[in-house]
Ligand binder design. Structure first.
Ligand SMILES: [Zn+2]
Length: 448
């Protein structure tokens, strides 16, 4: 496909100016779409201009012309498990708890530093190839493998928030003495925070990561939340994914009013908290998440792959919940946030078909916003990334629309039509380049 374009020299480091088609959500609301635009990036990797070429003739001469490629903000993956990536696409037809036992725990058990050396660099390139420039991910339980994941992200250039999985019961490594596991897991997490939270000029951050209530005692949940609070790290876990899981949590925490209350009692809710899934929330749980400012990672591909359920997205948005999109690899088989948007749209239509749809239908531009700015805002980074606007950091991607055209040469003039093609005809090779702070990431185009 790239052969149909004149070859372009893509900048590897800032400063630079790109000329292309621009499609981005705006922080103030709505979308900016320019058929002939410039995006100017300063030496520090900040965006100084993103708008119509006609407005800045002074920049035009220096611009690298990538047309007909489209410049978009990099996507934000709000939930993924890096050690599970080699398993992506396997295990269809199982429910969550059986799938974890059969496919996932054995894989994470093997994820020591040596395996991480092999998998992590390739995984970060795969994120970038999918158009993701920021990822909030889980590791495995081993501290040394987390160092490798962070080092690989530091070298690669992706913006990453990573956490060591914490489990002090129903865990997979039976060689760790259960009586020491809580203190050990907290100490390891604290050391990783010290080394990596805010590293690479705050491009890397730490998320304290208790796996989910089934694998964590109330004490671990409480202590992990306190650690996150005292260090300014994020706190991430899973909530209300699957009916079997919810029933088990109710059995393990009889004192809690419901699943969200388990985390609430631990002091885990708040603006630095990202909860994955939240498919089956009661009204009480939804209100508590909104009141506390907690964020949710919506993972529709995973939720259908594991038959967990279909999130009532309209109800949550009406309630004012802040959310973004997650691949949940390998619960979801696909790293592409564009694919997540597509399946999310279909899943919401399925609710309508079943007569349980609520709220307005989200169109392609709404989904594009969720996958970029929605994720950024969920991470408290809405003022820095998630859209292409002056004053923000240059986390962006270039997409070749030829990959999604149904007939060669067809061009979509309207923003919503272009977004629709990118979502409903997303192609694994359509992302041709990705930059974080103006530094180009390895990955896109590597399969050519
Ligand atoms: Zn997950």
């Amino acid at each position: 496909m790239s052969g149909s374009l004149s070859p372009v020299e893509l900048p590897a480091t800032p400063p630079f100016v790109l000329r292309g088609r621009l499609l981005t959500p705006l922080v103030a609301g709505g979308t900016r779409h320019e058929l002939d635009a410039l995006v100017a990036v300063d030496p520090a990797g900040g965006i100084t201009f993103a708008g119509p070429r006609a407005d800045r003739p002074d920049l035009a001469d220096a611009a690298i012309d990538v047309r007909p490629w489209v410049l978009l903000p990099g996507m934000v993956d709000l939930h993924a498990h890096l050690p599970q990536l080699p398993n992506a696409g396997l295990g269809a037809g199982m429910d969550l708890l059986a799938w974890l036992e059969r496919y996932i725990f054995p894989l994470e058990l093997d994820f020591d530093a040596a395996v991480a050396e092999r998998v992590a660099p390739a995984a970060w390139r795969a994120f970038a190839s999918a158009g993701t420039t920021t990822a909030l991910v889980y590791g495995a339980v081993y501290e040394a493998s987390l160092d490798v994941m962070f080092q690989a992200a530091e070298t690669h250039g992706i913006r990453a928030i990573v956490g060591k999985v914490m489990m002090d019961r129903n865990t997979y490594d039976l060689t760790i003495d259960p009586s020491t596991i809580l203190d050990r897991s907290l100490a390891e997490s604290a050391r990783l925070i010290e080394r990596w939270h805010g590293a690479a000029d705050d491009r890397l951050r730490y998320a304290v990561t208790p796996r989910f209530a089934i694998s964590c005692t109330a004490e671990l949940l409480r202590e992990s939340a306190a650690l996150a609070r005292s260090t300014g790290a994020y706190w991430q876990t899973h909530v209300s994914e699957d009916p079997g899981e919810i029933a088990e949590v109710a059995r393990l925490f009889p004192e809690a009013a419901d699943y969200v209350d388990v985390y609430d009692r631990a002091g885990g809710l708040g603006e630095r908290t990202v909860l994955a899934h939240a498919v089956h929330l009661s009204d009480r749980e939804l209100v508590r998440l909104v009141e506390s400012g907690s964020r949710v990672a919506h993972c529709p591909i995973s939720n259908l792959f594991l038959a967990s359920g279909v999130m009532p997205l309209g109800r949550y948005l009406d309630a004012g919940l802040t959310l973004g999109l997650g691949s949940d690899v390998a619960g979801g088989p696909d790293l592409s946030i564009f694919s997540v948007m597509r399946v999310g749209f279909y899943a919401q239509n399925a609710r309508r078909v079943a007569g349980i749809g609520e709220g307005p239908v989200l169109g392609p531009l709404d989904w594009l916003r969720l996958g970029s700015l929605g994720g950024a805002m969920s991470l408290g980074l809405g003022d820095r990334i998630g859209s292409l606007e002056a004053g923000k950091e240059a986390d962006l991607i270039a997409v070749d629309p030829a990959y999604v055209a149904p007939i060669p040469g067809a061009v979509d003039e309207e923003a919503k039509d272009l977004a629709s093609r990118l979502i409903f005809r997303a192609h694994p090779d359509m992302v041709r380049a990705a930059w974080v702070r103006g530094r180009r990431l390895e990955g896109p185009g590597s399969r050519d």
